[in-house]
Design a protein around this ligand. Structure first.
Ligand SMILES: [Zn+2]
Ligand SMILES: [Zn+2]
Length: 270
């Protein structure tokens, strides 16, 4: 496909941080010529059973999905997804949710360290920023090494929050720690996500950069997924032309779509 027409990371109003009805984003996707969507609602995990999203939350997602599958039948393929935040901190819940629901695709993301969202951290000085990055790398390693997921979401998300505080972070500068993470991801046959939200937000570039995609390729990475991380219908499929260019520049000729958690490679060559 010359154009990427599948969005594998977006949210609906099922997610606590999103107010856009699923129907609205489905309609926007059709208008934009997309053919496939995977709504990946947040399932945030907390350590020490601090808090859990209830089963009914996920059930609500599948109810909305069933409605949209019926409504947009023949126009849009809708896969079942979830964005699992730091699954390693509550393994029991991670397994419970994955066993209970028929997911096609699971994003593994790190949003929180010690139950605190990176977006709420102060990045007050160089020492604190360094501490956040190192802790984030610890969490990313544990996630890719042990969690049950298909694609690693926005690996250098920390650069978005640092950029919000006027600090430029390039995770590729931490190659000694990032390389083993990408290597483990490749070894486990999992995908790396190109998340285009960074382009329209403070970092002004995709998460991750093409430099990191090249590193993933160099350590044997095969699968890339592409998502807008849209929380608004106007952002569905945003900047996928840039994502495609980045993938090609890094030496990838395919992106991966998922059905029942099995990757299906689709060509992105001319
Ligand atoms: Zn995320
Ligand atoms: Zn997301």
């Amino acid at each position: 496909m010359k154009k990427i027409t599948a969005d594998y990371h977006l949210h609906s109003d099922v997610s606590p941080d999103c107010n856009t009805p699923m129907e609205e984003s489905c309609e926007a996707a059709i208008q934009k010529g997309l053919t496939e969507l995977t709504f990946t609602e947040h399932m945030e995990l907390f350590s020490a059973h601090f808090k859990r999203y209830p089963i009914s939350y996920m059930q609500q997602y599948f109810d909305h999905l069933a409605r949209c599958r019926e409504k947009f039948d023949g126009k849009l393929v809708l896969r079942a997804g979830v964005e699992m935040g730091q699954g390693q901190v509550d393994r029991e819940w991670e397994k419970t949710i994955i066993d209970l629901f028929p997911f096609d695709f699971i994003i593994g993301s790190v949003h929180k360290m010690d139950n605190v969202d990176m977006g709420k951290m102060a990045f007050a000085d160089a020492a604190e920023t360094e501490h956040i990055i190192q802790q984030n790398l610890d969490y990313l390693w544990e996630l890719v090494d042990t969690c049950d997921f298909d694609s690693l979401g926005h690996v250098d998300l920390v650069k978005r929050y640092a950029a919000n505080h006027g600090i430029k972070v390039n995770l590729a500068d931490y190659a000694d720690r990032l390389t083993p993470i990408l290597q483990r991801l490749a070894e486990r046959g999992k995908a790396l996500e190109i998340n285009t939200s960074g382009i329209r937000q403070s970092p002004k570039e995709a998460l991750p950069s093409v430099q990191i995609l090249k590193l993933f390729k160099a350590v044997g990475g095969r699968y890339l997924t592409v998502g807008s991380d849209a929380h608004l219908s106007k952002d569905v499929g945003a900047d996928f032309d840039i994502a495609r260019e980045m993938a090609l520049e890094a030496g990838f000729h395919h992106i991966a779509l998922y059905e029942q958690r099995k990757p299906i490679l689709v060509s992105i060559d001319e």
